[in-house]
Design a protein around this ligand. Sequence first.
Ligand SMILES: [Zn+2]
Ligand SMILES: [Zn+2]
Length: 342
Amino acid sequence: MAKKMRAVQVSRAGGALELVEREIPEPQAGWVRIKVDACGVCHSDSLVKEGQWPGIQYPRVPGHEIIGIVDAVGEGVKPWKTGQRAGVGWHGGNCGYCNHCRRGEFFACEVALLTTGISFDGGYAEYMVAPAQALATVPDELAAIDSAPLMCAGVTTFNALRNSGARGGDVVAVLGIGGLGHLGVQFAARMGFQTVAIARGKDKEAFAKKLGAHHYIDSQGSDPAAELNKLGGAKVVIATVTNGPAMTATLGGLAPNGVLMVIGAAGPVSIDPILLIVGERSVKGWYSGTSIDSQDTLEFSASNDVKSMNEIFPLDRAAEAYDRMMSGKARFRVVLDIGPKS
Ligand SMILES: [Zn+2]
Ligand SMILES: [Zn+2]
C-alpha cells in the first residue's frame, strides 16, 4: 500500500481548504481506519474552516458525512473487520461512563465527546481513522456517493422526526426543502405522516409533491400558520431553515401539544408565550444521533427509497465544493467523490 494519501485540510481559523499529501494514519486501540469512498460537505464544516468551535486544533481535515470501507482495525476492536462498508457521522464517540452517558444522553457526554472532523480528522481525505463506536453498517444497495449525506443531514431529520412524538396519520410539516428539508419531506411521507412542505414561492410545489408531500404551503404567498390550521394544525413542525422569523411564522399553526422541532441553526427565534401556554405547545431542539441512529437511517432509506440529491465534486476541488455549499445554491447536498477511479 502507498504510505501517503491526499487530504484536504484547514491550517488555521479562517484559512483556505488546501490539498496536501499526508501519511496514511494508523488506527490506535479501539479505532479503525476507513478508506473513504465519499464524504458530504455540510454547513457545519464552516465551524472548522472559520474556527468557530472552541478549542479546535489545526491543521484539521473536515468532513463528517463519510461512507467507506474498513481498511485496518486497531487492537481490541469488535466486531468490525477489514473489507466491511462503514459510515461515520457527526457523533464520533463518547466515554460511556459519565452520568450523562449512563442516562443514554450520549450527545451530552462530559468526559470524551468526540465530533468527527472537529475533534479528530474527518473525511475530506482518502483515509481517516475513527473510534469503532462511531461506525454504522452500510446496506449493500446504497451507493456511497448517494448516501454520504444521510450520515448527517439524513440522520438529523430522520431522528428528529421519529423522536418528535408524531404518530402515523398526524399532520407533520417540514419547514424548508433544501439540503435537510428535501430529505425530511421524504422521511415524513414514508413514515406515514400527513406531510406538509413549507417553502418560499409557488415554484417549489411540484418538487415538494414529487418528494412525497401531501400538501404544500407557499410561505411567501400565504400565512403558514393559517394554512396549517386549515389542516387541523401540525402535531410537529420540523424547522430545517436557518431563518428565525420563518420559524416564528409557523408557531401559531401548531396543534394543541404540538412541537416545533428545531434542527436548522438560525439566529434568535421570537416566541409568543401565549401560544405556548394556551396550547401547551413546545419548542425543542434535536441533536443528530449516534452511530446506531445513522445505521437505522441508512436501512430505512434503503428499504423506502429515500434519496439525497447531490452535486458531486472530486477531492481536489473540495474548496470549490465548499463554496458551492456555502452559496446556498446547491441542489441539494454537495458530496466529494473520493473512491478509486476505474
Ligand atoms: Zn453536518
Ligand atoms: Zn460520557
